[in-house]
Unconditional design. Structure first.
Length: 343
């Protein structure tokens, strides 16, 4: 009971901050909406300007929920990868899943130059981009799972995942070389990352994938705690390493693959949030860390999205640029303090 009470206050603070950031995200943007009117619109009251109600419910609320899902999914997948590889600099994309999604998007957007006789390359919209990215991430995930069944060494799996990422990045470079400027610019804009413009169906699909990844992570909590002390220790506790690796890879694939497919390759959130969360809760227990990184990741991405949309301005900065500005100092800080890391 005393242990539960120790973490109750930090969780309460995080939830309150999350609610505040959610409402703040709805209030600020290219059109500034008073906080009181935002609250009235959320709870069904009358607002001073009817267009504000439309903006909040048809654009900002779906975008805010997308930011929560994306931030939570990336943060949890980062935690899973750091624990599996016992490497503080591992992120959700070390297995090449994000690169696979980028390759799928690149084939759809820039493939028309090399494969102009394929009709599918002429049909480019948000839905087709999400499908192409999902197929790319799924194929890489399938390759990683196939390798994982034959490789016993976890560090070898990490290197193989990085090699898959290098191969897909090389293919994207080849497509970029042969495509025209317009297609290349379209791909670059996709790579900037965005949590806006998702339809209700897309948001529902993203939610389903994130929930599936969270459920698999919760199932693996005991195994994750055992892995922190090494594979030999985990094996001595009865942890089936091959099965555990398989579940963690599937969970990471669902989380990182879905996020990249619907929001683009958003950097540093998955790398930075687990470490920031450990600083608050001062624990390595995944029973605490799993829910904590979900909330912390959602807060951080809501704030990054808020900065990216430059309140009271029509300009929108690339979300990837903002997350990198936040995440890069964390990586530097980790390298400076690496003797104090828990891994």
């Amino acid at each position: 009971m005393q242990r539960s009470n120790t973490y109750l206050f930090p969780f309460l603070i995080l939830f309150l901050v999350l609610l505040f950031c959610f409402v703040l995200n709805l209030s600020l943007g290219s059109v500034a909406i008073p906080f009181n009117d935002t609250m009235k619109s959320i709870f069904g009251g009358a607002v001073a300007n009817e267009s504000w109600h439309y903006i909040i419910w048809n654009y900002r609320i779906p975008k805010a929920f997308t930011a929560i899902l994306v931030g939570s999914g990336l943060s949890l997948s980062g935690l899973l990868m750091q624990t599996l590889f016992r490497n503080p600099l591992a992120g959700p994309f070390v297995l090449g899943i994000s690169s696979g999604a980028s390759l799928g998007a690149a084939f759809l957007i820039m493939g028309s130059t090399l494969f102009s006789h394929w009709f599918i390359f002429e049909v480019i919209n948000d839905v087709s981009l999400a499908i192409a990215s999902s197929i790319g991430s799924f194929l890489v995930l399938l390759a990683v799972i196939t390798v994982a069944t034959r490789v016993k060494d976890t560090m070898a799996l990490l290197i193989i995942g990085l090699m898959f990422g290098s191969i897909t990045a090389a293919l994207v470079s080849v497509l970029s070389y042969f495509t025209d400027a317009e297609k290349l610019q379209q791909y670059i804009f996709w790579a900037f990352g965005s949590v806006g413009n998702l339809s209700g169906v897309q948001l529902a699909v993203l939610t389903a994938f994130i929930l599936a990844g969270i459920i698999l992570s919760i199932i693996s909590v005991k195994s994750l705690n055992a892995l922190l002390l090494g594979e030999n220790y985990a094996r001595s506790l009865g942890v089936r390493l091959k099965k555990t690796r398989f579940i963690i890879i599937i969970a990471t694939g669902l989380l990182a693959g879905a996020v990249t497919a619907f929001a683009g390759p958003i950097a540093f959130i998955g790398l930075a949030v687990p470490h920031l969360t450990r600083q608050i809760f001062n624990t390595t227990d995944h029973r605490i860390l799993v829910p904590a990184v979900l909330v912390y990741g959602a807060i951080l991405l809501l704030l990054c999205d808020l900065i990216a949309q430059l309140p009271s301005s029509s300009y929108v900065l690339p979300l990837n640029a903002i997350t990198s500005v936040v995440g890069a100092p964390v990586v530097i800080w980790l390298l400076v303090r690496k003797k104090k890391m828990i891994f």
